[in-house]
Ligand binder design. Sequence first.
Ligand code: GCB
Length: 600
Amino acid sequence: MLRVIALLALAGGALAQPPAPIQNIAARKTVSLNGPWQTIVDPFEVGYYDYRWQPDVEAGFGANRKPRSKSELVEYDFDRSPRLQVPGDWNTQRPELMFYEGAIWYKRDFDYSLPPGRRLFVHFGAANYHAVVVLNGKKLGEHVGGFTPFNFEITHLVREKGNFLIVLVNNARKMEAVPTVNTDWWNYGGLTRDVQLVELPETFIEDYSVQLEKGSRSRIGGWVRLNGPRLQQNIKLAIPEAGAAVGVQTDAKGYAAIGLDAKLSLWSPENPKLYDVALEAETDRVRDSIGFRTIETSGANILLNGKPIFLRGITMHAEAPYRTGRAWSDADASTLLGWARELNCNFVRLAHYPHDERMTRLADRMGILVWSEIPVYWTIRWENPETYANAENQLTEMIARDKNRASVILWSVANETPIGEARMRFLTRLVERARREDSTRLITAALQVHEAGADTQMLDDPLGKILDVLGCNEYVGWYVGLPERADHILWKSAFDKPLIMSEFGGGALQGYHGDDLTIFTEEYQRSVYEHQIGMLKRIPFLRGTSPWILMDFRSPRRTLPGIQDYFNRKGLISERGQKKAAFFVMQQFYESLKTAEPRP
Ligand code: GCB
């Protein structure tokens, strides 16, 4: 039975997920484990399965064995194996790993002197896709899903000297996984975000939610949860600058609801005001920078702090500018969001999975609104309960991490998923779950339209019924007709709801020039944008746009030599940071919208 569970977990399910991640790691006492780790590339997973294909990570490479005599056979040695940088995808660190999908072992040694009465955790920002974590030969647990944080407690295993932390990361694609085998981005594998040790008191503030209550501009609501032996405590939440404070008492489970009134300067793109929020328990304290704003819809309007807003957006992958590979650093975040700002954006769609926490933290500080999504992309196994559990786990981990970020206004549950009953059941459950986790934000998904008559695009995907905001991806002028086709198209919607054109665009190789009808030239791409803008202006219920995409990104689907070379070329900026002609068309359009809100 145990083995069945282990195998189910490996198949991409969420059965073996670790405990809740700790909120706001940046504000804690941490020691970074970033840097070079010893690695073993293990395409046949010999360090995990024995020759009868029985999994045993502790008997395998997790043991970090060394020969005890000159005759003993040990067929691996971490300490003589090459290194990879953490954080970082493995694909862009060594040419022979560029197309590698499979298992790689990571090992890092550390010393740690843990004072009595303190607890220690190892925290991973993300590992793509499946991680098995072992400390000093003992398995800590597993995590499935490539873009959300997880942690394990190591208080009772850690020793003062000579700890060895081993992580098996496997990015093999699987039909039943989330995402499934078929995507349009590079499946960058590895320990792609920060790894840290986090030291905490015996009973600590594990998680908290502090946001304005839905519909109110002065009532703060939320909760706090403790972890440890002293679960019943007095807790004080204070926002000194707003002169607001409240005391609560946690229950036997360590939980307390929070409610207080405050006179607040509301967060918005024009006023990205963050308050210093202090949570103080008897045994722990933590501080955060939190903005307060409301987000609602009314008919086709999106209301930020009660006022209609048009979302001048851009989509982006977590692709590192200039060097390519998975983005993870502060510099990556500020380049990407800086370009969005230069484009006159007040909004970004972070596609197609949760990006590094640096992005939403920086968006909070810059005043950029965020759409955040999970990789329920194209053709998921809608009927498979493990696939559902996995998607739901990624959703709740995304919300758990970013629920206190004012910048995040939209949770998206899916991208371009084909209409059908099983998909509807799957996504309805996900939407309901998202609302239970977070009643303050809007729920969306990127849908597709169909043609209803020669020049009419109809938005009537039944999923629209249960969303707050409709997202729509369309490629008129690229996959659908020539650019001027857009001039004749009318848009209709079956719903009285706001629409964000969550994708449109076309490809161009930066520096490749020709006439407006020569595919892949900057001129063709510019023409797609010019005609699109004309069309978008005629959609009465349009409340936002996020064209595809800010920067060229690696994709195994894009093989055309000399043009694509395994890059999706729909960026407004090349992967080397050079702007294409269409960038300036969009920049000017958004400049003109700045004074013309809420709609073009
Ligand atoms: C889409 C997808 C996006 C692709 C894009 C394209 O509709 O949502 O992931 O990369 O089209 O370039 O075709």
